[in-house]
Design a protein around this ligand. Structure first.
Ligand code: ADP
Length: 479
């Protein structure tokens, strides 16, 4: 406990969402700063260079189509790029008028001729940037110059010179910086507000679930988890509601079980001590009949304790089956023999051959015994419990039928639960503990066998189970 207290508290959803948002904002703002401030010049130049190259392509195409001065003027007007075209000797210079006074104006015939040879030697195109426009002018203006040589369709060789002025980005950067400071402030504030909002929407329902879960852990099983918030959270709440419901059912069952067991144990014990006291205190009461009552009650107690032990072992899964091949039909007959002393009951058993199964012999005998016992306890006025054995599709089916009061259809699914009794108020003293069918169910489940019951109120019930046959003996052994 002490250790847990000293352990560093994990950050909650609120803190984590906040941290995430702040980090995200920091990254975005940093990227903005890098691109807008540091890389702006680089991007601007790259765009200008690619633009000037594209325009040079256009000029070459226009020359092929016999372009006029007007066309170059048009280019300069729309793109701001000045154009100079000269033949290989430097003559026939045509400069778009807008460029006059700019860098291209400085190129004379000899410059063009020299440039033509230089460019040709350099592979056909040369790009120069950072050329100072007007020397000595107050405002420093830079230009990019792109020169290329071209052979037209008519065979003539020309020099195409393009220039574009590059405005220094420094002042733009200053403006952007101010804007970015404002933007950074707004984004940080916004990210805090958004983080708070999202975190409280997310963590609110989880915190409520957490509070309810703590109550559930403390034993309040009827707690309800509020199913609100995001889909996953409300699903979690629904699952927890279901779990709480199941826990509450299990708790009810546990209470009922303890109540039942203590009641069932107390009844025979009271009888035993009552009879024993009577026999000790009252002369003449020490009769064989009274001793028999004590013996019967002690036996009942032993039976109950055995049932309880069996069931808890079966349900804990510690009980392993010791399976063997045995004659199931013979075992049914043997079980019925045990009831020979119940002279007023009859047990007709219908079968056509002896069937062998591979199963746990003792456990299956207990199944038959429990089912026959129930049938006797709930038998009708004819006091007949009929048994039938059929074999079909490699399965042997044993049916145990009585003509008693039957079981209402809505109670049928529950009779296999431990401690379930259809009629809790009017249970007969000699009738069992409510564990019999639960033991039957557990044993047959362990064997993977099917079982069931068909019952009609007032007509009686037929309990049945099925096991896989391993061999049959054709000669019928007479009962
Ligand atoms: P019990 O020891 O009370 O018989 P079981 O688990 O064997 O407990 O049976 C559960 C309940 O199922 C019984 O209390 C009874 O209400 C009902 N039941 C079982 N077998 C029969 C039957 N053959 N006819 C009518 N009701 C039956």
């Amino acid at each position: 406990m002490e250790k847990a207290k000293h352990k560093l508290r994990r950050p909650g959803i609120r803190t984590q969402v906040m941290l995430g948002f702040v980090l995200f904002t920091a990254v975005i703002v940093a990227l903005l700063w890098i691109f807008q401030i540091s890389l702006l010049n680089l991007f601007y130049k790259a765009i200008k260079v690619s633009e000037i190259r594209t325009i040079s392509e256009r000029v070459v195409n226009m020359l092929d189509d016999g372009a006029s001065m007007d066309d170059f003027i048009q280019i300069t007007r729309t793109t701001g790029v000045s154009v100079l075209v000269a033949d290989k000797n430097g003559t026939n210079i045509s400069v778009s008028p807008n460029a006059r006074g700019g860098v291209l104006e400085r190129f004379g015939i000899w410059d063009c001729r020299r440039l033509f040879l230089e460019v040709k030697a350099a592979g056909g195109s040369v790009l120069e940037d950072n050329i100072v426009d007007s020397s000595g002018a107050a405002e420093k203006s830079l230009s990019i110059i792109f020169a290329r040589t071209v052979t037209l369709l008519d065979g003539g060789e020309y020099l195409v010179l393009l220039s574009s002025s590059v405005v220094p980005v420094d002042s733009t950067v200053e403006t952007l910086k101010v804007q970015l400071w404002c933007l950074t402030g707004v984004m940080i504030a916004l990210s805090f507000v958004l983080a708070l909002f999202i975190a409280s929407r997310l963590s609110g329902p989880i915190e409520r679930i957490n509070a309810s879960a703590k109550q559930l852990a403390a034993g309040t099983y009827d707690i309800r988890f509020p199913e609100q918030g995001a889909r996953e959270v409300s699903e979690l709440a629904a699952t927890l509601n279901y779990a709480a419901g199941e826990l509450s059912k299990a708790e009810d069952l546990r209470r009922e079980l303890i109540a039942n067991v203590s009641h069932d144990l107390r009844t025979p014990l009271t009888m035993i001590s009552g009879y024993a006291e009577v026999m000790r205190d009252i002369p003449g009461e020490n009769t064989p009949e009274n001793v028999q009552v004590i013996i019967d009650e002690a036996n009942r107690l032993a039976g109950l304790v055995n049932d309880l032990l069996d069931l808890s072992k079966l349900q804990a899964g510690v009980l392993t089956l010791s399976q063997e091949d045995f004659n199931l039909t013979a075992d049914v007959r043997e079980t019925l023999h045990r009831y020979d002393k119940l002279a007023d009951y009859s047990f007709p058993f219908l079968y056509d051959r002896d069937v062998y199964v591979h199963a746990d012999r003792l456990k299956i005998s207990q199944v038959i015994y429990n089912l026959v016992n129930n049938a006797i306890n709930y038998a009708g006025a004819d006091k007949t419990v009929s048994l039938r054995q059929t074999v079909e599709n490699g399965l042997v089916r044993i049916e145990i039928r009585d003509t008693g009061e039957g079981i209402p259809a809505d109670k049928l699914p529950y009779i296999w639960d431990r401690y379930y009794k259809v009629d809790k108020e009017h249970r007969r003293a000699q009738v069992g503990t409510g564990l019999g069918l639960s033991i039957v169910k557990n044993i047959l489940d362990l064997h993977g066998g099917r079982y069931g019951v068909a019952s009609e109120v007032g007509q009686g019930s037929t309990f049945w189970f099925e096991l896989p046959v391993c061999s049959v003996q054709d000669t019928k052994t007479e009962e």
